[in-house]
Every structure is written in C-alpha cells, then in structure tokens.
Design a protein around this ligand. Structure first.
Ligand code: ADP
Ligand code: MG
Length: 411
C-alpha cells in the first residue's frame, strides 16, 4: 500500500507531507485485478460540488481466482497412483480439467493459484485490490465458493496463531485497513453473522438469532441494523472478535446439530473516513493554500468490506435427505442456488435477476450487479473422485466472471 501517502495522511496538516498516489484520471478503468483505479477520483476532487460529477461510476467486472488445495494425507495415500483431476498453468492463468486420460477442458481465470501459492500471495491477488477500493470509499466483497474441505475457511478465516504466514484474508485485510486509516478522523466497526437455513444469526451475540435484513426503498441499500456492531481500534481487538465469533459459530452449530459447512459466515467491516483532511493535504501539497479559506463542507465517506465464507457448494446437488436434513438441504439449496441463479441472470444480461429469492442474495445485492468491487475465490481439491464437484465449482466461477458491477462512491 502507498506508505508515504499513509504517513502523510496521518501526519500534521503543515503541508510538508508527500502524497504519492500518481494515478492520472485517464487511468480510471477497473480493468486490472491489481490496479487501484479509484485513487485518482478520490484524491483529485477539489470541492464537494465536483463529487457527483466525477462519480458516475467505474465499470468493474467481478474478478475470479481459482485456488487448488494441496493433497491431504488421505488423498496422498488413496490417490497416490492417480493424476490430479486438474492441471494448472498459472502463468497462462489457465486451468485444465481432465475429462479422461487424453482429453481435458481448458478454462481461463483472472488468477490461477496452485497448491504452492502462499496465503500472502492469495491475499495480494484476491483481496488487496478490494481492500484498497474500500479504503477509497467504494463497497467491496470478497467471497469464497467451493466444496467442503477445499480450503474456503483456510483462505479467508485463518488467524495464524501458530504460524503467522498462515494468516488468511480477513486478518490481512484488517491489517491493511488499520495501516491506512487515521485514528483521529476515521472509524472501523465490525459485524459478524451466520446465515443458516434462511435465518441470520449474530456471531457476536448468540441471543440475537433472527436478524432482519432491511432495504432502503429509495437507494436499494441493504443493511442489518439489528446486528451487533463493534467499533475497534486495533488489530488485536479484531482478532479477539474473530475468535468470539468462531466460538459462537461452533456453539450455535453444536446446538443446532450441524456444522459450519452448512452455513454461510459473513464478516462486515464498516469504514467511516473523513474526506476533508485529504483535500487539505492534496491542495497544500500542490502549493495552493488558498482553498483553506474556502468553506468546506465536512464529508464522512462510508464504505463496507464484506467477506463471505459460503456453505459447501456440494449441498446444492445433494438431495434425498429426510426430515430436518431435508429442510436444511432445501434451504441451503435455496440460498446457494439463488446465488447461482442471480449470477447466471447477470452473466446473461437477463432483465430479471431474482435477488429477492433468498437472504444471501438480498445481502449480496450490492456485490453482484451492484456498485461494489467484488472478488470471488473458488476453491477446488485435486482428487479425481470429486471431479464432478470440481467441474461445477469451475463453472460457477466462469459465470461469475461475466458479471459487471458499476463501482460508485455513495456519499
Ligand atoms: P472448507 O472451509 O472449504 O470446508 P477448510 O478451509 O476447512 O475447507 O480446509 C480443509 C482442510 O484443508 C483444513 O484442514 C485446512 O487446514 C486444509 N487446507 C485447505 N487449504 C489449504 C492450503 N492451501 N494449504 C494447506 N492446507 C490447506
Ligand atoms: Mg469452512
């Protein structure tokens, strides 16, 4: 992240600090997975009046990475003589899915992450561009989709206590957020939720187990005002919250006689930044202190990072269970298959996108076909036994790559 900018922003307002985010406004296209497209517009605004003019929206397709989990002990033993069901060509950003011994289908992704990809690299290509957008005032989503056991939680939720190189996307995102914000003027608040059988539960307060989703009829913005929202000031508090959330998740799942692979975990990070401080710094850097006399309207810019650890995608296909299990299978089908349907509709530019069909799609309304920058990681395993699940995960990722969002700052 642009560290001297960061230091500058944090420093005094003497006008001596350096701002080094030289993104010309002509570069304002959201084409690269790694680019920080919004920077120019966020910094170049000279007055609040110009905000709307500049913020018509930046096209931003949903970015999709695929990650292969290394063989586990069982696969090493059982499948030792078999070839993996996929072959990755990371430099070509290609994945080959074996059909048989002599034939395979080839797919292209925005990033192809092999079993050797480090957590750091995964963070950098999948989540960091989203986090940077969120710091600039856009909403952002990072989501993991895949069969149970393929590494969704490893990728997103690892705290990395024993080995800090294991730290996952949630923890690393928060580190970058804390490194960039200014504690005097900005604030960070967190909610952590679980969606199980179309019921939204508060992972920070287990008694709060049926949270309504509220939509603003005018703007269409979605919020969960009933969820516990904790303001945090440092990384340590965040890690504590994650631990509390995880403990409650295990407790809730034990009580409901289920496991985490059947529910969706949703972390929401609300970022509030004071924008005026930036304008001051930019202008004084340009050697034009005259604006300081102008009556600035102080602006608070709110944005949101949503990290979603989805239920195991295999549930979409499983049927034939009975009683409670059947209800559960149905409702997990409901949310995940509704997500699949919305992504299909968006990928095909269909007039009707069935967002209202499930709580998950209502919650993720802004993330697909909305104004957020969205990055999806699809996780797969190497075993040829799960070739069918792997194929359907790959298909899901391919369709998501066709979804266009229009990134917008809302003030
Ligand atoms: P999921 O959340 O998709 O069900 P998990 O994240 O729980 O899957 O991963 C299943 C198992 O595989 C865990 O023991 C996890 O530590 C391990 N694992 C997953 N991805 C990796 C990886 N990239 N490197 C090493 N171990 C991994
Ligand atoms: Mg998991």
């Amino acid at each position: 992240m642009a560290s001297s900018y960061r230091n500058g922003y944090r420093g005094s307002s003497s006008g001596s600090m350096k701002v080094d985010r030289p993104v010309p406004s002509s570069n304002l296209k959201a084409s690269s997975f790694k680019s920080r497209t919004s920077t120019g517009s966020a910094l170049r605004r000279s007055s609040p009046a110009s905000l709307t003019a500049l913020d018509d929206g930046v096209p931003g397709r949903v970015r999709v990475a695929v990650r292969l989990r290394p063989r586990n002990a069982e696969e090493l033993a059982a499948d030792a003589d078999f070839a993996d069901c996929v072959e990755l060509q990371p430099e070509l950003k290609r994945l080959k899915l074996r059909k048989n011994n002599w034939d395979s289908d080839t797919y292209e992704f925005d990033e192809v992450l092999t079993e050797f990809a480090s957590q750091k690299r995964v963070y950098e290509v999948v989540a960091k561009p989203v986090v940077e957008s969120v710091l600039d005032g856009y909403n952002g989503t990072v989501m993991a989709y895949g069969q149970t056991g393929t590494g969704k939680t490893f990728t997103l939720g690892r705290i990395g206590e024993e080995d800090t190189s294991d730290r996952g996307i949630m923890v690393r995102s928060m580190e970058d957020i804390f490194a960039d914000i200014s504690p005097e003027t900005d604030s960070i608040s967190v909610s952590y939720l679980q969606l199980y059988m179309e019921t939204l539960q508060d992972l920070l307060d287990p008694a709060n187990d049926n949270i309504p989703i509220v939509e603003d009829p005018k703007t269409g913005d979605v919020s969960v005002p009933g969820a516990t929202l904790v303001e945090i000031r440092d990384q340590q508090s965040f890690v504590e919250l994650l631990r509390i959330g995880e403990a409650h998740r295990i407790a809730a799942n034990t009580k409901l006689n289920t496991e985490s692979s059947r529910s969706h975990a949703i972390l929401m990070v609300h970022v509030r930044r004071s924008v005026m401080g930036r304008e001051d710094i930019i202008s004084s850097e340009n050697g034009d202190p005259s604006h300081l006399a102008k009556p600035f309207k102080p602006l608070v810019r709110k944005s949101k990072l949503v990290v979603v650890d989805l239920a195991g995608s295999e549930r979409v296909h499983k049927s034939g269970s009975e009683g409670h299990m059947l209800e559960e299978a149905k409702s997990i089908n409901l949310s995940l298959s509704a997500l699949g349907k919305c992504i299909n509709a968006l990928a095909e530019n269909s007039a009707h996108v069935p967002v209202r069909d499930s709580k998950l799609t209502r919650l993720l309304r802004d993330s697909f076909g909305g104004t957020a920058r969205t990055s999806l990681i699809v996780t797969i395993g190497p075993s040829p036994r799960h070739r069918g699940e792997t194929a359907s995960t790959i298909q899901f990722g391919q369709r998501a790559m066709k979804v266009e969002n229009m990134l917008k700052i809302k003030e």
